[in-house]
Design a protein around this ligand. Structure first.
Ligand SMILES: Cc1cc2nc3c(=O)[nH]c(=O)nc-3n(C[C@H](O)[C@H](O)[C@H](O)COP(=O)(O)O)c2cc1C
Length: 199
């Protein structure tokens, strides 16, 4: 039985992105009924930015042992996952800041990565992630791809933690005048259902 952590980063519930990511999860569940899926809605959870006090706690080895500690609990939860589904809309050439705030909680030295003489090493090798996003404009073409700062960052930071099996599913152009938005969403949902078969 695999454990899947479904991380949602959007204050809107009626969301293009969640239409696709929820379809992915539904298809995944049908294919893998015994797997355990935990949903973490970052806005409902009220993820905060790391504060000065949190940074103090981060350096305290005794506090690090406490799986329920407010600073470490997300890293412990992340550690329990085998697979990650990250759903976030494209905001200002990246993803909503709450997802970065969450990443600051899961990158914890000696839990999800460690320092060695050769430099930092991720401790989550062998796990996989899919990033599901939707964008108002077109960021998938050769010319515009470099403008997207969200997908490359996620790929890099997950790689830093050892997660190199990283897939992206994006639906672009949803706010472009004249496009058939419903058809773009339907195509992305079909792709999500297909990807879920192999995830
Ligand atoms: C705060 C905010 C910032 C956005 N920034 C961009 C952007 O930089 N480029 C873009 O193409 N679309 C941008 N959009 C449009 C969204 O990416 C697009 O509408 C997306 O499908 C919204 O997904 P959702 O329905 O899941 O929230 C932005 C939307 C919002 C609300």
């Amino acid at each position: 039985m695999a454990k899947v952590l479904y991380i949602k980063a959007n204050p809107k519930q009626a969301s293009n992105t969640f239409l696709i990511s929820d379809s992915f999860i539904k298809a995944y569940k049908e294919k893998n009924p015994a797997d355990q899926i935990t949903t973490l809605d970052l806005y409902r959870e009220g993820i905060d930015f790391l504060r000065e006090r949190d940074l103090g706690d981060m350096g305290d080895p005794e506090k690090l042992e406490d799986r329920n500690h407010r600073v470490f609990k997300y890293a412990y939860q992340f550690l329990e996952g085998d697979k990650y589904v990250i759903a976030a809309p494209f905001w200002n050439l990246s993803f909503p800041a709450i997802l970065k705030a969450y990443i600051d909680y899961i990158c914890i030295s000696s839990l999800t990565f460690k320092y060695t003489e050769e430099g930092p090493v991720g401790l989550l090798a062998g796990r996989k992630a899919i990033y599901i996003t939707t964008r108002g404009g077109n960021y998938s073409s050769e010319k515009t791809r470099a403008l997207d700062q969200g997908e490359p960052y996620l790929k890099t930071i997950l790689g830093f933690l050892g997660i190199t099996d990283f897939t992206v599913l994006s639906a672009d152009c949803l706010d472009v005048i004249g496009v058939d938005k419903d058809e773009i969403l339907r195509a992305a949902i079909r792709e999500a259902e297909n990807l879920a078969q192999k995830f």
